[in-house]
Design a protein around this ligand. Structure first.
Ligand code: ADP
Length: 541
């Protein structure tokens, strides 16, 4: 039932004992054993280095002290060691087992079968120990491997934690930096979420509106900061940007309501911040307080309107003679028809047909005169001006009558060339008419220097590129040198004896206040061409 022992090394100094033991071993049936005998431990160690043995059968007399036995066990870990004791001594036997011996057998009991069994057991146990030892080694190697792996993981984890801490520090530095910048700039900064709730505001905005950051955070931006009537517009804008993905508004002017109830006009530029999925997460609005600018602009506009009004009055004063003459004609005609009617009645020649014609003529002439007066009154009237969409050709037509009066008086041929299908402009009608009249009168005056038959004034309208409409006023007067052209728009520059030199500067201001331009082209001896350009109305005011 047991695997046969192969090779046994017997260490026995005593020849007789060696022979007896050898016989006992080889005589035992069932086992195929090879027994080699040496006399002492030194020789045994020597042999063990040379050849393989499964069991070392060590006589107590050859063993020496415990240390020697222990040394053998250490050197040959795969060798089973069986001690042949001189006598039964369980304490000593225990010491040997402790030193690494597998079995101890008293020589007195070492008969064949016992010896064979003991050797078999010892060998088996040694093999089992060996397997255990190997397993343990494998286990230890695995543990070591695992430990190393865990150490590496641990190191990586530490490195990650270190990097994360570094990133956090960097983020903290960054946000402190951004907060400082935001609080230092004079621009107003407000960040709102998708629902329009205030997420963050900077110091400039806090100082302007009078609310604290805590007052504002989490509240809809229109609730404390906008007037009730602006709320719907803000909500609509937000929806357009957040829901429909439209571009955030730039240059949007919106009144801001302060805690003290003051209204400031803010000009906002905005941008969006998107999340990883591309959805708008925040809208960042950056604004500046343009209240003062706006007021200054308004003051400037008022000044321009007053100046323009004064200039219109003075134009009318200058045109008084022509206008009086113009009115004189219908008035004389009315007087003549009236006189003729009276004469007919006095003579008793009542011709109902003739009388009716006279009255009709009187009415027509009165209407003609009334029309001139209506235009004049409209032109110089101090009505509050307002921009409205208007057709440039209609404005030129409105001025035709007054220009005609002036042209006739000065023997100038007037031609009007309106372009078809012009889009409307957005303008103060009276101011635009004033520019047209002013340019026409300047042209007529300039042409006084050339012979009457060569005096020709052309008013032409048209489109310049896609976005501008123009009125051109071209004359056949003496024209101007480049040096003169560089001066004519200066306030108080005039070459006329009675001139004020403010007409063209007012015209240019009117053009610019409408987002347009007033330009001139001229060469000495070739007349002048003034071009008054106005932006096309896009329907958005
Ligand atoms: P004013 O008519 O009172 O002189 P304006 O500002 O209207 O003031 O014109 C400034 C000057 O520009 C005029 O004095 C004249 O020398 C010059 N000017 C204006 N229009 C013409 C024109 N069509 N041809 C030549 N010179 C012109």
């Amino acid at each position: 039932m047991y695997a046969p022992l192969q090779r046994i090394l017997l260490v026995e100094p005593d020849d007789d004992d060696a022979r007896i033991i050898g016989l006992a071993l080889t005589g035992e049936a069932g086992g195929r054993r090879e027994v080699e005998r040496v006399r002492d431990l030194e020789a045994a160690l020597h042999r063990l280095r040379e050849a393989d043995f499964e069991v070392l059968l060590l006589s107590e007399r050859a063993a020496g002290d415990l240390r020697a036995v222990h040394r053998v066990v250490e050197m040959e870990p795969r060798l089973a060691v069986v001690m042949l004791a001189e006598e039964e001594d369980s304490r000593r036997h225990g010491e040997w087992v402790h030193a690494g011996v597998q079995e101890v057998l008293a020589k007195g009991h070492a008969n064949g079968p016992t010896l064979a069994r003991v050797l078999q057991y010892a060998h088996e146990r040694k093999r089992t120990e060996e397997v255990l030892r190997t397993n343990q080694m494998i286990l230890e190697a695995r543990i070591e491997d695992r430990t190393r792996h865990l150490q590496r993981l641990n190191e990586r984890l530490r490195e990650e934690i270190r990097q994360r801490e570094e990133v956090e520090r960097e983020l903290r530095r960054e946000s402190a930096f951004i907060a400082t910048v935001l609080d230092t700039v004079s621009a107003l900064v407000m960040v709102v979420d998708r629902q329009g709730r205030i997420h963050e505001v900077n110091r400039a905005l806090v100082e302007l509106c009078g609310y604290s950051r805590d007052d504002l955070r989490g509240r809809p931006c229109w609730d404390p900061l906008a007037r009730e009537e602006d709320r719907a517009a803000i909500e609509a804008l937000l929806e357009a940007v957040v829901q429909r993905g439209e571009d955030p508004p730039q240059g949007l002017e919106m009144p801001l309501l302060t805690q003290g109830g003051q209204v400031r006009l803010i000009r906002w530029d905005s941008a969006v911040l998107r999340d990883e999925g591309g959805q708008v997460e925040y809208v960042v609005a950056c604004g500046s307080d343009v209240t003062e600018q706006h007021r200054a602009k308004e003051r400037e506009r008022r000044r321009l309107l007053e100046l323009a009004q004064a200039s219109r009055l003075s134009t009318m004063g200058e045109m008084a003679a022509e206008i009086a003459h113009e009115l004189n004609q219908p008035l004389s005609a009315i007087a003549n028809y009236a006189r003729a009617g009276v004469m007919l009645l006095r003579r008793g020649e009542v011709d109902p047909q003739g009388l009716a014609r006279a009255f009709e003529e009187i009415a027509t002439q009165a209407q003609r005169g009334g029309e001139v007066i209506r235009r004049l009154r409209q032109f110089v009237g101090k009505a509050e001006l307002a921009r409205v969409p208007c057709e440039i050709n209609a404005l030129v037509e409105e001025m035709r009558r007054l220009i005609e009066i002036e042209a006739r008086w000065n023997q100038v041929r007037l031609e009007i060339e309106p372009a078809a299908d012009l889009p409307p402009v957005f303008a103060d009608r009276i101011l635009v008419e004033q520019v047209i009249l002013n340019l026409a009168r300047n042209a007529i005056e300039a042409m006084s220097e050339v012979a009457p038959r060569r005096r020709r004034l052309v008013l032409r309208t048209g489109r310049d590129h896609d976005d501008m409409i123009f009125v051109e006023v071209r004359d056949s007067g003496p024209g101007m040198s480049p040096e003169r052209m560089a001066q004519i728009f200066d306030r108080f520059f005039t070459t006329k004896e009675q001139g004020m030199g403010i007409g063209l500067s007012i015209c240019r201001s009117i053009a610019e206040s409408h987002g347009g331009r007033l330009t001139v082209e001229s060469r000495p001896g070739e007349g002048a061409c003034f071009r008054f350009l106005l932006p096309v109305w896009r329907g958005d005011g």
